[in-house]
Ligand binder design. Sequence first.
Ligand code: NAI
Ligand code: MG
Length: 367
Amino acid sequence: MTNTLLILPGDGIGPEVMAEVRKIIDWFGAKRGITFEVSEDLVGGAAYDKHGTPLTDATMAKAQEVDAVLLGAVGGPKYDKLDFSVKPERGLLRLRKEMDLYANLRPAQCFDALADFSSLKRDVVAGLDIMIVRELTSGVYFGEPRGIIKEGNERVGINTQRYTESEIARVARSAFELAKRRGNKVCSMEKANVMESGVLWRDVVQEIHDAEYPEVELSHMYADAGAMQLTRAPKQFDVIVTDNLFGDLLSDLAAMLTGSLGMLPSASLGAPMANGRPKALYEPVHGSAPDIAGQGKANPIACILSFAMALRYSFDQGDEAARLEAAVEKVLADGLRTADLMGPEGGKPVSTQGMGDAIVAALDAGL
Ligand code: NAI
Ligand code: MG
């Protein structure tokens, strides 16, 4: 099967970190025989500058066709005054919406060399490897009715949490499938004690488990208790599945257990396509970082680890993904540090390019 990849570098540090991912992609082609049919296009402000829209219909159509989209970042101060309808973020939102990417995967993985970067104690986080699966296309961010209305002589802000059974079932399946490839454990989080949508969430996750994944260990937790457990003893978890709102908070919380924004990858997955591969968008969690753009300071690891996720979840190359993650671990253990990773204990300063080159060298050394 050919492997097709659409690269959308975007704005700010997006193109800089993506250039380093290109080196990795080339390495896998040359040294491991894993080749990709790569196309590259514009998104966000870059697309707006050229086409007057943050995502053209042609790019959207291409994204629907490929096995995986790899995106850098969008946005920047230059575009802050634009009308909402053509803001850079709209490009990303359109991709997520039209590809119907309902499962957002946010790993929180603590590389040993960076354990002192965490706000928690080293032994609480060292070796941490958990995955938060956040429902991304429904829930309170989308439910109707919504708005600000007038009631008597005051204003009322309204949002509605709404989940259908099928929306819960499909993201639950994503979580169970992931767990089978990992530690075989899922913890589902909601607020079934105070929300009807939470009661339904808990019931449906349990039903899918009992009918389709009885071999996976399932537990349920109220999301507020989950937040406490994530900071108290995060290593008790393997896969956490939760709704859009709680997932937004819990994934950011879990991310910070592991240190820098420059290290965090993500994947957003949708339904399987005709070739069996899921619709997929991979991107670093960070934004376009205009404060450091164009200075060779950006850490490319978040984007490189996003490509590792693509290897694992779109191209069924879990071993090669692990190879890439091990190369990242190696350069960190060797003390190489982009500016964002430079802690009080110091390290060997490297640029964006230097980090990319070192990871390629570590891949070579690992053969
Ligand atoms: P940001 O993530 O771009 O930057 C926050 C801070 O982290 C900055 O100090 C930045 O220098 C640093 N940082 C981020 N990524 C880094 C990396 N790879 N290496 C080293 N340091 C890194 O978030 P911010 O500043 O709130 O937003 C900047 C722009 O990015 C805005 O236009 C915002 O709308 C956009 N944005 C885009 C996102 C996306 O494309 N998915 C996500 C978040 C923000
Ligand atoms: Mg957030």
